[in-house]
Design a protein around this ligand. Structure first.
Ligand code: ATP
Length: 672
């Protein structure tokens, strides 16, 4: 069944709504609702369906007990015998009181069966929710970095959350409301044909068709109005928050009246849309009531005629009324059920869209694990672009022989970090090959490739958990002693021991409770713990002050010893000992050699070296001056590397102390 949101008049200003195909969504959802590998859940589904049928049979029997009681009351002269005879019961069971007790009992049984069914079904619904949410989560991790960079994480988690809630809603509303109502309707039709005649059935069918068509159309129209109401509500809220955040600015410009007007405009839109929501609801309810009551009155009139003609009893009159009124209750929810199913289908579709995206980088069929023998890394004529219009790497070739250290330096934006992303295979090169011990990284499994690589990234983001958890992330099965050893090597142990809670101290969301330098040392510790044969250090010490950097450099040198290491650095002093230094500029290697060779060449590297040397000298002078003043001034080093590229040391000196921030780093470091 395909439906479009469409309703004339006030919904016309709405954007055309997305097409919904319930059939397609159901087909995609089916494996989750009917899990092939869970026979126990299938049994539960059967049980729920049986309970559903039993509850509905009891439900339609209730008006019968009512009828029998009324007939027993209406025909006292036969002492209940007429009813007893018609029911083939002993007269004592056909008395009005017993029949009323039966009525009560049936209602209790109906309620119990319905509740048990809901409980039994909860398992099935929640299992489907969990499986689908897990599949989407796993899939999100398999998608490319490009996908994640293009989407806001908040947006993705919202899709996941909405999708998760929607499956529950859809399963619950379908199985617990829509299907039972349909079953009840079919049973009622059977009763009408059996107990009454085809005219009754025809009236009820016509009524139901008119009722559902009206409900569907009206609900589609209301969806647009509700959306506009929610949007205007969000808009009013945003305006209020923005205005209050700008409290001072409002005062500076005497803009209270302007702000009031702006806010009032916004809430007046909300007011109009809310009124429309209520009036449209009134239209929905009134229309439903009119259609239903017409049907009800017609069948009751027919029944009265039947009583006059002697084909019906007063009990039949009560029966048909009770049965119809009973049906009205679930029917009155149909608008809500339809709206929820519709919205949930849209949300689930959005989730399936993500599930349908294929990962940009995938293991090739039959990909074998990487076998690391010595750990030699090689790039052969590698070119790469994120966007075809702008090449980032152009024909880059170099080799990091097993156990050696190669450094890459170059201006910001030259493509250094991109190189490390290619080595980790977050992207595929546009041309050329990257090999490890002669094996093309594109041909091996991603898991084995990333297992052989370790990185200390430029920006370290930590999990919102403990320090221990974050360090152990490098190797979850590491012993406590190994974790402590790694922390010691990364020079973070002193800080951890002084932190309240020690290794169990929480680092806050994205590690915000730690300074840049502390986060970086946690990253170093976890890479030490992972102990990969090939290391990428992407500005690994950029967030550290020069004192800690020197200390940590020793640790990194130790970690790098015997390992193939690619160092991406701005701070040239950290890589003077590298076996080879490559200067990358605008995606091309423009110089290569050892530190001494490059300085002798008097090219880009040599000028970068002399500039940095001057900057370091200037910093040293500042530090000494500050120390003499008795101030513990720490110079912010996070951005410094980049500044060094641009600023002459003399400029830095001219800017003076004001240009340098005092960092939190200091507090953490003095504890070391
Ligand atoms: N996901 C991306 N999509 C499009 N362009 C990108 C993306 N990531 C990086 N770039 C661009 O690619 C170029 C190289 O970026 P890269 O991060 O490799 O530079 P870098 O040499 O490491 O710079 P820095 O030293 O400042 O970190 C930059 O101009 C950057 O804007």
């Amino acid at each position: 069944m395909s439906l479009f949101t469409s309703f004339p008049a006030s919904a016309q200003h709405q954007k055309p709504a997305r097409k919904i195909d319930f059939g397609v969504t159901t087909r995609k959802l089916w494996p989750y609702l009917w899990p092939a590998d869970r026979p126990d859940l299938k049994k539960r589904i059967y049980l729920s369906l049986m309970l559903l049928l039993a509850a509905k049979i009891v439900t339609v029997t209730i008006p019968y007990s009512f009828k029998w009681a009324v007939d027993a009351l209406a025909l006292p002269q036969d002492n209940g015998q007429g009813t007893a005879a018609s029911l083939a019961l002993h007269p004592v069971f056909a008395g009005p009181i017993v029949l009323t007790l039966l009525y009560g009992l049936l209602r209790i049984v109906m309620a119990l069966l319905t509740q048990v069914r809901d409980g039994v079904f909860a398992d099935v619904a929640m299992h489907a929710v969990r499986r689908l949410a897990r599949d989407v989560f796993v899939h999100l991790h398999s998608l490319s970095l490009r996908f994640h960079l293009e989407r806001k994480t908040g947006g993705l988690t919202r899709i996941l959350e909405r999708g998760r809630n929607s499956i529950e809603t859809i399963v619950r509303t379908t199985v617990l409301t829509a299907i039972p109502t349909a079953v009840e309707f079919v049973l009622i039709l059977g009763i009408l044909l059996h107990q009454f005649d085809w005219r009754y059935a025809l009236i009820v069918i016509t009524m139901i068709i008119a009722y559902t068509s009206y409900t569907t159309a009206c609900t589609n129209w209301r969806i647009g109005i509700r959306k506009a109401m929610n949007e205007s509500d969000t808009d009013a809220n945003t305006k209020a928050i923005d205005s209050l955040l700008n409290f001072e600015t409002v005062k500076y410009f005497n803009a209270e009246a302007r702000e009031k007007r702006r806010y009032d405009d916004s809430i007046s839109r909300y007011e109009q849309m809310s009124i429309k929501t209520y009036t449209s609801l009134a239209w929905l309810n009134a229309g439903q009531a009119v259609i239903f009551t017409l049907g009800l009155t017609l069948v009751m009139v027919l029944c009265i005629r039947g009583i006059h003609e002697g084909t019906n009893t007063p009990g039949d009159f009560v029966l048909i009324n009770a049965m119809m009124i009973q049906l009205y209750q679930p029917l009155s929810y149909m608008g809500l059920v339809y709206r929820e199913i519709r919205q949930s289908t849209l949300d689930i579709e959005t989730m399936f869209e993500i599930l349908g995206k294929s990962p940009e980088v995938a293991d090739r069929p039959g990909a074998k694990p990487l076998i690391v023998r010595e750990g030699g890394l090689r790039l052969d004529h590698v070119s790469f672009h994120y966007d075809e219009r702008r090449p980032i790497l152009k024909d880059v070739s170099f080799e990091v022989p097993p156990g050696k250290t190669v450094a890459i330096v170059g201006p910001s934006g030259a493509g250094k970090s991109t190189l490390s992303r290619l080595i980790f295979r977050f992207y595929e090169p546009s041309s050329g090959h990257i090999t490890i011990d002669g094996q093309d990284i594109g041909a091996v499994t991603q898991v084995s490739l990333r297992g052989a690589l370790g990185i200390v990234p430029q920006d370290t983001v930590l999990f919102n958990d403990t320090l221990d958890y974050n360090i152990r992330y490098g190797r979850p099965d590491a012993t406590d002693a190994e974790v402590r050893e790694a922390a010691h090597l990364a020079q973070i142990d002193g800080f951890i021991e002084s932190a309240p809670g020690g290794y169990q101290a929480a680092v806050g969301e994205r590690g915000l409770k730690l300074s840049g330098g502390e986060k970086q040392r946690v990253a170093i510790a976890r890479t030490i713990l992972k102990a990969p044969p090939i290391l990428v250090l992407d500005e690994a010490t950029s967030a550290l002050d020069s004192f800690t950097e020197r200390a940590i450099q020793g640790a990194l040198d130790q970690v790098a010893r015997g390992r193939t290491t690619l160092v991406i650095a701005h701070r040239l002093s950290t890589i003077v000992g590298a076996d080879e230094i490559l200067v990358l500029d605008k995606g091309e290697i423009v110089e290569r050699g050892t530190h001494a060779e490059l300085v002798a060449q008097q090219g880009i590297y040599a000028s970068m070296w002399s500039r940095q040397h001057d900057v370091e000298l200037a910093e040293e002078i500042l530090r000494r001056a500050a120390a003499e003043e008795g101030q513990a001034v720490e110079i912010s080093l996070g951005e410094r590397g980049k500044r060094q590229e641009k600023d002459e040391a003399t400029t830095a000196l001219k800017l003076g102390k004001g240009d340098f921030e005092e960092t939190e780093e200091h507090a953490g470091l003095t504890g070391l």
